[in-house]
Ligand binder design. Structure first.
Ligand code: HEM
Ligand SMILES: *[C@@H]1O[C@H](CO)[C@@H](O)[C@H](O)[C@H]1NC(C)=O
Ligand SMILES: *[C@@H]1O[C@H](CO)[C@@H](O)[C@H](O)[C@H]1NC(C)=O
Ligand SMILES: *[C@@H]1O[C@H](CO)[C@@H](O)[C@H](O)[C@H]1NC(C)=O
Ligand SMILES: *[C@@H]1O[C@H](CO)[C@@H](O)[C@H](O)[C@H]1NC(C)=O
Length: 342
């Protein structure tokens, strides 16, 4: 066998092994108890400070985790050699700023427009580094922060342990956000396909979409539903038209609207009532009524009996476990905005 071929075979085998190690990582609750017992408390304190100053930033943290975790294990499809060290899941790749080496990181991807909360992760990382240098990954800090934001924004009703032990990735690519991340214009089958690609089923999809009961969206994602054709509730549509369509024509790009006009600052099951009443912003929200199976889930969660909160806790843990790096191919970044120089 020629050397090149042997290398290729070895690479394929290693990729399979690495994939198994990296993509089905075993995370643990209380992971930092020995090495950095204050880590989770420090993160929560920073998130609390930020959410008190601006609750919307808490929503931003929850969305950040979603956008980090849904980016795909795509590089493994490009065997053999480039595949090393680039699974894409909850590995803090969304936090990386543009740099000379990587001028177009995930942050620049179209689906990542309007991300916020990165400064909270920075503050938490600084404080954690002071307590235990080089010990706690940015990916774990982001997972803790999204959990803490859910706790605070739900009025402490969403309260769960977040397993940890993720490493940080070194790869981040704006173009590769378009494939895996769902668009607000997506229909039911596109959404289900994108969630399924990451091991999330339709129940997870419906449950996690409930995060759209807090905070904001830019008008640009909703303009196409303000015409006469859409299923949107007429009074909700009138309100959106007033917010989004008055003023200079480019203003719509900057104007934001509340996702939930009833309990907009609280992470709760109001979202499902809004879906049933056709008072939601996106095609992707309305699409949850497009199949009998998801429509039934929407009606169940709209009951407000606490069932959704429990499901959301489990789905967040599941989402935060997608394609994590716990092998030897990741690192613990010193600064969450850039890969370590080594
Ligand atoms: C079902 C597919 C989804 C689509 C198409 C989608 C799309 C969007 C869009 C377009 C925005 C507005 C961003 C802006 O204009 O600033 C948004 C906001 C948000 N999304 Fe989603 N999303 C989806 C699922 C999720 C999931 C699963 C979560 C988390 C569990 C989530 C959490 C949030 C939060 C918290 C916000 C508000 C962010 C802020 O205020 O900064 N979304 N989403
Ligand atoms: C980013 O992804 C695209 C599409 O997969 C690829 O063509 C491009 O080379 C990648 N860029 C980097 C810097 O790896
Ligand atoms: C959903 O969207 C995809 C892509 O735009 C399209 O191919 C498909 O026909 C749509 N499905 C339905 C049921 O509208
Ligand atoms: C929508 O309907 C209203 C009232 O029926 C009508 O005045 C308006 O011209 C329509 N707009 C469009 C874009 O069709
Ligand atoms: C929208 O935001 C951009 C960038 O911040 C700014 O240049 C532009 O003037 C804003 N447009 C309006 C109408 O406010």
């Amino acid at each position: 066998m020629a050397a090149g071929c042997q290398l290729a075979v070895l690479s394929v085998i290693s990729c399979v092994l690495l994939w198994a190690a990296a993509c089905q990582g075993a995370l643990e609750v209380s992971y930092y108890d020995e090495t950095c017992p204050r880590a989770e408390g420090i993160v929560r304190a920073e998130v609390r400070k930020a959410v008190h100053a601006n609750a919307g930033v808490g929503a931003g943290l929850i969305r950040l985790l979603f956008h980090d975790c849904l980016c795909i294990c795509i590089a493994y499809a490009k065997l053999p050699v480039r595949a090393f060290g680039t699974p894409q899941g909850c590995e803090a790749s969304v936090l990386l700023d543009a740099s000379e080496d990587n001028p177009e990181p995930e942050q620049d991807g179209i689906p990542n427009t309007g991300l916020r909360g990165l400064d909270v992760i920075d503050a938490a990382k600084d404080a954690v580094e002071e307590a235990c240098p080089g010990t706690v990954s940015c990916a774990d800090i982001l997972a803790f922060a999204a959990r803490d934001a859910s706790y605070l924004l739900s009025g402490y009703r969403i309260d769960f342990e977040m397993p940890a032990g993720r490493l940080d990735g070194r790869y981040s690519n704006a173009t590769e956000t378009l494939g895996p991340l769902p668009s607000p214009f997506a229909n039911h089958s596109e959404l289900a396909t994108k969630f399924a690609a990451k091991g999330l089923d339709v129940d997870d999809m419906v449950v996690l979409s409930g995060a759209h009961s807090v905070s904001r969206a830019h008008c640009t994602s909703v303009l196409h539903r303000l015409g006469n054709g859409s299923d949107m509730d007429p009074s909700f549509k009138r309100w959106l038209r007033r917010r989004c369509l008055t003023g200079p024509s480019d203003a719509a790009g900057n104007t934001t609207v509340r996702q939930d006009t009833v309990t907009g600052a609280v992470l709760d099951s109001q979202y499902y009532t809004n879906v049933l009443r056709h008072r939601v912003l996106f095609t992707s929200d309305a699409a949850l009524l497009a199949s009998p199976q998801t429509a039934r889930m929407v009606r169940d969660y709209a009951n407000g009996d606490g069932q959704w909160e429990k499901k959301f806790e489990m789905a967040m843990v599941k989402m935060a476990g997608i394609d994590v790096k716990d092998g030897t191919d990741g690192e613990i970044r010193k600064n969450c905005r850039s890969v370590n120089s080594n």
